[in-house]
Design a protein around this ligand. Sequence first.
Ligand code: UGA
Length: 448
Amino acid sequence: MRLSVIGCGYVGLVTGACLAEAGHDVMCTDIDAGRIAQLKAGQVPIYEHHLDKILVSAGKSGKISYTVDPGEAIRFGDTIFICVGTPPRPDGSADLSAIDHVAQQIAAEARSPKLVVEKSTVPARTGIELQRALSAYSRGNGGFRVASNPEFLREGTAVEDFFHPDRIVVGVEDPAAAEQLREIYRPILERKFTCPVHQGKCPDNYKGEFLVTTISSAELIKHASNSFLALKISYANAVSDLCEKLGANVEEVTHAMGLDPRIGTQFLKAGLGFGGFCFPKDIQAFISLAATVGVDFEILKAAERVNKQRIDRFLEKISKALWVVKGKRVAILGLAFKANTDDIRFAPALEVMKRLLDEGAEVHACDPEAVGKAKKQFPQAHYHEDPYKTLEGAHAALICTEWDVYKKIDWQRAGSVMARKLVVDGRNLYSPAKMKELGFEYSSFGRE
Ligand code: UGA
């Protein structure tokens, strides 16, 4: 099938590349001409595991192409996936101006009927507004149909998630749109593609469900899912605060809680809290959407508050240990908002860095992927590739992202180059007993 993808960010690129790899003909466009030039030159503008591989293979087979001309892209596909950004406005609500802009382009450039699919995360009722906008901008002549197909991709495992989804949700107004989307996803549902993650040997336990809902339900499913996960993390963090006060161990508590299948073990990890471009903005947008219809989403406001307090708690631990922060050399291990990505948007590590720089600390930092981006934002910090170099002469090691390489740090070696054997662990990566055995002052979350 011929598909158009508008917006080549994380969502658009992964969607376009995976659908091309699944056998469709895909044309991608982006308002950023530099990004399109990079893609045409075979460069991948973002770091996402396996994405480079499938972009090369889809490029070679001619299944994916790129254009700076939105009209060309719009006319190419029978189905158009809108994957543009919906950043937060100052009041927390989602800024939908990019979607509106694309609607105007589609209405102006399309020459045949199109199924317009919103993949960007949007508040409920956006689909209805989009349908109205397309009809108004085309003066009722476009023959456009609208659908919502939210993505549930996690950064770092987005390609794996795309090929092995738990669910594919399509919000539609007519059965034909559902059928068109089912056809698009048929290779994924029937596993008729060469999986770039497992090289054709995918485990059997993936059972993706294709769910057809109303457009508003589909939009709501996305926000409700992300907000629930954020809520779960904040719950674990609130329990962690309690554990610290009562002398309990949060890991023992959350592990046992999670064995109840109604609760589950995932997203109960206490620490520095959630960041990234999804949870913080989606939770805000959901609160704001609820407020517009007179629903006070108190529980989500509390989750947001608990998450913000994580940074304060972390800095309290640092100050308590260091006594005076000004002039101290601190080593931040991990800058990305989570492991296996170079994304630093709303990363807790960056807020930690900012506050320590403001207090006059000498900040040294490393990250396997995110140094380049962090350097642009905070050029006054010192960056290294090697964690041991970062730790040299440090009065404290601060663990901010749960990268595997940091889980495997040889603390005996690190301790020998640090000015003081102090670790403040924002991701609970190490055993407190072992760190003490190695002669470290060690503090983490919920298990003092
Ligand atoms: C999240 C959702 O998991 C995806 O399903 C969704 O598609 C995506 O947002 C989106 O809306 O596009 P992502 O932002 O990539 O994916 O990150 P997650 O893996 O969900 O982690 C979010 C944050 O929570 C990270 O900062 C992570 O460190 C933190 N976290 C996660 C915890 O603090 N504790 C946990 O137990 C789990």
